[in-house]
Design a protein around this ligand. Structure first.
Ligand SMILES: Cc1cc2nc3c(=O)[nH]c(=O)nc-3n(C[C@H](O)[C@H](O)[C@H](O)COP(=O)(O)OP(=O)(O)OC[C@H]3O[C@@H](n4cnc5c(N)ncnc54)[C@H](O)[C@@H]3O)c2cc1C
Length: 499
């Protein structure tokens, strides 16, 4: 049975953090616009945005060593770290605006202060960390960072990591207390509750199957209502494809020229989660190590205190892996189905170039629990197998495209793809991901609503005071924004309150 349904201003596909953020921004900028959301699962935030499917790091380059690369002359390039930190500040400001306006409540349910640390071992890496610390610690965005290579100090900072460590290799760490743990699942659910209260129509169990341009320039979506079995058709002036791993296949259906010669490469993930409360209590930080040679940047190992379901947890990972699915709830045919005549050469070129990555991912899938425990013991020498369980994390679909670096180049960042007339946009890729959702959705707004952006600018600045301004170059504004967001989001270290 097929039924034609109405016309609307905006359709958001997928109920993850990206659609939640874009919907919340648009509701403030154009409250009169009608917005509909279609999500194939029963609830919001069940795929990559779910708290168990990502690492919950508020990525601001405080501890992630892959954002500061060593240049051939031995100096450290901090350009990317500054960019990512600035982008996270935009998220903090928008979330603070929502809290201060009482549009969402109880920020401690989605964001907690947590020291961010980098930890390295061996002469070469200790020298690198020291140089990185020198390059960052004078910068206003990274103020408060400390360095130590004194085992006594490190024992104070990370007792669990130092206990039972017998190696004489040099070891060092940096620590900065202004880091955060973000429960992106809780935040996504809060934002969808807020959108519902603003009369946004949210349709769960609705699988978007096709997207076509209509003669009058709108977009028509063919949607399978999984509850009734009906096929519905909805049209909109603007469509955002925020379907996570499901975005690439939907983008391909639009047929827009920008969707051609683009492919996706899925990378799956696993975490180890600690079940022993005594061990969990001994750690209080996110501690990032260095990626192994040949490992992709998303598999940098880290030992993280997390706040999930209002209680403290301890997770280690992620271990990368290979699965042909584009979503955790996807199909084994996703990868092969995404190969089209227009991207087959791009995909083949990537296949040839990335053989070592594929080999690495397959090796990772084959690891036994004991082999994973050995990797964990590089962080916690005394870790016991019975205290740790394996949980499957979310899928990431890395973008493959033809770039200056050559045909079929694998990208590790996020990619916003828009039609030339701005009537449709898709978000591909996954890193740095949810932390930078506000920055990425502002990019969508700038690209897709050029006629409105000037009129909206005042409201955007009211919500996000550093919009269009470099905080790195404006230490006074940085201090103001940092203090006001810390207050609004309740980011002061205190005992964990259960409620
Ligand atoms: C292992 C791992 C660790 C990560 N760690 C971090 C981290 O520490 N910090 C960070 O900032 N980011 C991290 N990320 C990235 C972050 O999780 C993602 O960038 C973010 O959640 C993506 O949000 P999204 O809304 O685009 O996608 P999702 O949350 O995946 O939402 C997409 C939604 O679209 C729905 N959908 C798909 N297809 C259809 C369709 N055809 N019709 C209707 N609905 C559809 C899905 O069911 C889903 O609900 C991590 C990711 C992974 C996998």
């Amino acid at each position: 049975m097929s039924s034609i349904q109405g016309k609307t201003d905006v359709i958001l596909i997928g109920a993850g953090i990206m659609s939640a953020t874009l919907g919340s921004l648009l509701k403030e900028l154009a409250p009169e616009w009608e917005i509909k959301v279609f999500e194939k699962l029963e609830k919001p935030g069940e795929e990559s945005s779910n708290e168990w499917n990502n690492a919950g790091t508020g990525h601001s380059a405080l501890c992630e060593l892959n954002y500061t690369v060593e240049k051939p002359d031995g100096s450290i390039d901090i350009g990317k770290a500054i960019k990512i930190n600035e982008q996270f500040q935009l998220s903090r400001q928008f979330w603070s605006y929502l809290v201060n306006s009482n549009l969402i409540q109880n920020p401690q349910d989605f964001i907690r202060p947590l020291p961010h640390m980098s930890l390295v071992q061996g002469e070469t890496d200790v020298t690198f960390l020291k140089k990185r610390f020198k390059a960052l610690s004078d910068h206003p965005l990274f103020q408060g960072m400390e360095f130590s290579d004194d085992p006594k100090k490190l024992k104070e900072w990370v007792p669990l990591i130092m206990e039972g460590r017998t190696s004489n290799e040099p070891i060092a760490a940096t620590k900065i207390d202004s880091g955060t743990d973000v429960n992106f699942g809780a935040l996504t659910r809060m934002l969808f509750n807020h959108l519902k209260s603003q009369n946004v129509e949210i349709n769960y169990k609705h699988n978007v199957e096709d997207i076509k341009r209509t003669e009058d320039g709108l977009w028509e979506l063919k949607i399978w209502n999984m509850a009734t079995g009906n096929i519905e058709r909805h049209t909109a002036k603007f469509v955002f494809i925020g379907a996570g791993g499901g975005s690439l296949p939907l983008l391909q259906k639009t047929g827009i020229p920008e969707s051609k010669h683009v492919g996706g490469f899925p990378v799956s993930g696993l975490f180890m989660v600690c079940s022993n409360p005594k061990v969990i209590e001994q750690h209080h930080a996110k501690v990032y190590g260095k990626a192994k040679v040949g490992a992709p940047p998303m598999s940098v190992p880290h030992l993280d205190t997390r706040f999930i379901d209002n209680k403290k947890s301890l997770l280690f990972g992620p271990f990368a892996g290979f699965s042909p699915k584009f979503l955790k709830t996807g199909s084994n045919l996703d990868l092969i189905g995404s190969v089209k005549p227009n991207n087959v050469l791009t995909m083949l070129a990537a296949g040839v170039k990335e053989l070592s990555l594929t080999k690495y991912l397959i090796q990772q899938v084959m690891l036994s629990k004991e082999q994973r425990m050995e990797e964990l013991r590089e962080f916690i020498p005394n870790a016991k197998a019975e205290d740790w369980d394996i949980v499957v994390a979310g899928q990431r679909v890395q973008v493959i495209k033809d770039t200056e670096a050559g045909k079929g180049t694998l990208q590790f960042g996020t990619e916003v793809i828009t039609a030339a007339d701005g009537s449709i946009a898709a978000l591909l890729g996954a890193s740095p991901g949810a932390s930078t959702a506000v920055h990425v959705m502002l990019q969508v707004i700038e690209k897709c609503f050029p006629q409105q952006i000037e009129a909206w600018e005042e409201k955007i600045v009211e919500m996000i005071p550093s919009y269009g301004v470099s905080l790195a170059d404006n230490p006074v504004l940085l201090e103001k924004v940092h203090a006001s967001t810390a207050k609004a989001l309740d980011l002061t270290e205190k005992e964990l309150v259960y409620h």
